[in-house]
Ligand binder design. Structure first.
Ligand SMILES: [Zn+2]
Length: 130
C-alpha cells in the first residue's frame, strides 16, 4: 500500500517551498557519517535524535532536535554529502523544485560561513551531475 502511494507520488511534479537542510537529513546519510566516525546508532535512536515525538511539549524541546544534525554538519565533506543525498532523496520522492534553506553561521566550528556555503553549493553541483 505504502509503496503504491510512493509510486503515485513519483508520478507527480511535487514542490517544497520551505525545507530546512538541518531538519531534513537523510537517515542513510547520517549513518554514513556516523560509520565514517566509527560510531553506530540504532534506527530507534536515530529516529529519536532526528525527529520530534508526538509528546513534544514546547518549542524549546522542538528546537533541541537541531543540535544533533548540526553536530554532523560542521565539515565541508559532510555538508556536501548531506546536501547531495537530500536532493537525490527529494528527487526520488517526485520533487521537481525545492527551496532549501540553511544558516551558514550554524556551521562554523571548523568552517567559515563562506566555506559552509561553498560546501552546500558543491553538493548541489554533484546532484546536478548525478
Ligand atoms: Zn523555516
Amino acid at each position: 500500500m505504502i509503496s503504491a502511494i510512493i509510486e503515485d507520488l513519483k508520478m507527480q511534479n511535487l514542490i517544497d517551498l520551505h525545507l530546512h537542510l538541518d531538519g531534513s537529513l537523510p537517515v542513510l546519510s547520517v549513518k554514513k557519517i556516523l560509520a565514517k566516525e566509527g560510531k553506530t546508532m540504532s534506527d530507534q535512536e536515530l529516529k529519536e535524535r532526528l525527529s520530534v515525538g508526538e509528546d513534544c511539549q514546547n518549542l524549546a524541546e522542538y528546537l533541541d532536535k537541531f543540535n544533533f544534525p548540526l553536530e554532523l554538519m560542521q565539515s565541508a565533506e559532510n555538508l556536501h554529502l548531506l546536501t547531495c543525498d537530500l536532493l537525490k532523496d527529494l528527487r526520488s520522492q517526485g520533487l521537481v523544485y525545492a527551496e532549501i534553506r540553511f544558516a551558514p553561521q550554524q556551521h562554523t566550528k571548523t568552517l567559515t560561513q563562506a566555506e559552509a556555503v561553498q560546501a552546500v553549493i558543491a553538493g548541489l553541483e554533484d546532484f546536478y551531475a548525478w
